[in-house]
Design a protein around this ligand. Structure first.
Ligand SMILES: [Fe+2]
Length: 166
């Protein structure tokens, strides 16, 4: 506790040590991505609960795997925002003002759920690409690496989901 108070008196900030500057455009984009992944997460939980039909067992499990993955990414994005010296949004009232990915209603068709997930990936990849450009501008390699990994994973998921539908 004493060390924390001592550090507070020094007013130490992450950016003093990382050497990153002008991070605002990147943190704004990360806040939007955080909101999008939180909405994506709750949509996936809905699909997991409500899916019906012959692929139930397969999709019920697949959607759980996907929402667990989304939850991990939520945490990674939030912690990246903290490393860049900002406070990540945590209230859904804020997410619903910041998001691009939209909430879905009750979806029981597995095919419809998969189509919505594909549209969500399209939206997420577009946001991530735009954000990578901003991160490159300020030499923020760590954000670039994080988002590049997300795009690789999402492109692989897109291949598998389109194969499932096709
Ligand atoms: Fe469950």
């Amino acid at each position: 506790m004493e060390i924390i108070n001592y550090l507070k008196t020094l007013n130490m900030k992450t950016l003093d040590f990382t050497g990153l500057t002008n991070v605002q455009k990147v943190t704004n984009g990360l806040q939007q991505l955080l909101a999008d992944f939180q909405i994506h997460y709750t949509n996936l939980r809905g699909f997991h609960w409500n899916v019906k039909g012959k692929d139930f067992y397969l999709l019920h499990e697949k959607f759980e795997e996907m929402y667990d993955d989304a939850a991990e990414k939520v945490d990674e994005i939030a912690e990246r925002i903290l490393m860049l010296g900002e406070t990540p949004l945590h209230r859904f009232t804020d997410y619903l003002k910041t998001n691009k990915v939209k909430e879905t209603g009750v979806v029981s068709s597995g095919e419809e759920a998969v189509k919505i997930i594909l549209d969500t990936y399209k939206q997420l990849i577009a946001s991530e690409r735009a954000l990578i450009e901003k991160a490159v501008e300020i030499d923020d390699e760590a954000t670039v690496a994080l988002l590049s990994d997300y795009i690789s994973e999402q492109e692989k998921e897109i291949w598998m989901l389109t194969a499932f539908l096709g």
